[in-house]
Design a protein around this ligand. Structure first.
Ligand code: SF4
Length: 340
């Protein structure tokens, strides 16, 4: 998926840290908090032109699903906060796995309150039909990140299905179905652009303004497409950083309401989840990682989950991910893989 980019910050004097950042550091070391990114499959029904994934690991096997549930059972009574983000590949290709684990968490929470739980998913949105969304939301998976690359003709050029056909119309239909529901959820529309497509993004913003501006469950974030290691990286035209900032400022102005922006009125995290000691990626084959982007970098395999629900960690491989807390470099904390 492209929905979870590496976070970037710039170096600065840590003595001037704001309280939000200090809280973020403290939260990163709090073992009563646990953040999991679970990849129930690494296959995908799309072949986005800029994707960095290889789609080589299929649906999580029953033994690994059992291990994930056992791990949650071991930890949940020690937790104040549990965050589970479903990621892939396209996670909804493994919907039974998600429902199985989400149902398990839902039941565990009932007997282990009060744990503050948030369930979310980065999905391409193609399989997020009304019934699926209703089931997930009832099980506590309430936040969805869905990417759109422009108006239909532009989007369909880059968010291509595995059979080569376009995907906009089905995603849009699913979004409208969600809007018509009275369910409680948040959809973050991640709007991608490149130097070649930026001028067309305004047409998509117009569509979004008309369809979703008055529904506070729908938010928007703008992201330039970047090179994340995919086979087409050499073909991707990149923005100069200032041109990218200018483009984003212009897109934001085009929104009907400032409140449509995901960042509106929120503290923006500065520490990447991959740097945090209490955050792990659980791969579809049971390996444990730190980063959802560097999936094919051996340094990102820091352990595995065992059948009885323990996590076996190689501390020599885990330690470098947390270097930023020693150096207090905001660059390292913002994207630890770049400093490994
Ligand atoms: S939806 Fe696109 S970017 Fe995400 S994993 Fe599938 S092919 Fe890659």
């Amino acid at each position: 998926m492209t929905g979870r980019p590496l976070q970037q910050t710039s170096d600065s004097d840590v003595s001037k840290l704001d309280p939000g950042f200090v809280g973020e550091i403290a939260g990163s070391f709090n073992d009563r908090r646990l953040q999991l990114f679970i990849l129930p499959t690494e296959k995908c029904n799309f072949r986005c032109t800029y994707c960095y994934e290889k789609f080589d690991i299929g649906r999580m096997k029953p033994a690994t699903v059992k291990a994930v549930k056992a791990f949650i059972d071991r930890r949940i009574h020690q937790l104040d906060v549990l965050s589970v983000e479903w990621f892939g590949g396209e996670p909804l290709l493994a919907k039974p796995v998600i429902i199985d684990v989400a149902q398990h968490i839902h039941s565990s929470l009932a007997s282990n309150s009060p744990v503050m739980y948030s369930g979310s998913m980065t999905t391409n949105g193609y399989l997020l039909d009304g019934d699926t969304a209703t089931t997930l939301i009832r099980l506590g998976v309430r936040s969805f990140q869905i990417s759109l690359d422009g108006p239909p003709d532009v989007h369909d050029e880059s968010r291509v299905r595995a059979d080569g056909s376009g995907s906009f119309s089905e995603i849009w239909r699913n979004l409208l179905t969600l809007r018509r529901s009275d369910l409680s959820f948040e959809v973050m529309l991640r709007l991608h652009f490149t130097p070649a497509t930026a001028a067309r993004l305004y047409s998509l913003i117009d569509l979004i303004n008309d369809a979703f501006a008055e529904d506070s469950r729908f938010k928007v974030v703008f992201k330039a497409v970047t090179r994340l290691g995919g086979e087409n990286d050499h073909k991707l035209e990149l923005f100069h950083p200032q041109a990218e900032r200018d483009a984003i400022a212009s897109f934001q102005q085009h929104l009907r309401h400032k409140s449509q922006l995901i960042t509106h009125g929120r503290y923006e995290p500065k520490i990447c989840y991959a740097a945090k000691p209490n955050s792990f990626v659980i791969r579809a084959d049971g390996r444990l990682g730190k980063c959802t982007v560097a999936l094919y970098d051996d340094r990102n395999t820091v352990g595995h989950i065992t059948e009885d629900g323990r996590i076996a960690i190689d501390n020599d491989k885990l330690r470098p991910w947390m270097n930023g807390f020693e150096t207090l470099s905001l660059k390292e904390l913002g994207c630890p893989v770049r400093a490994l």
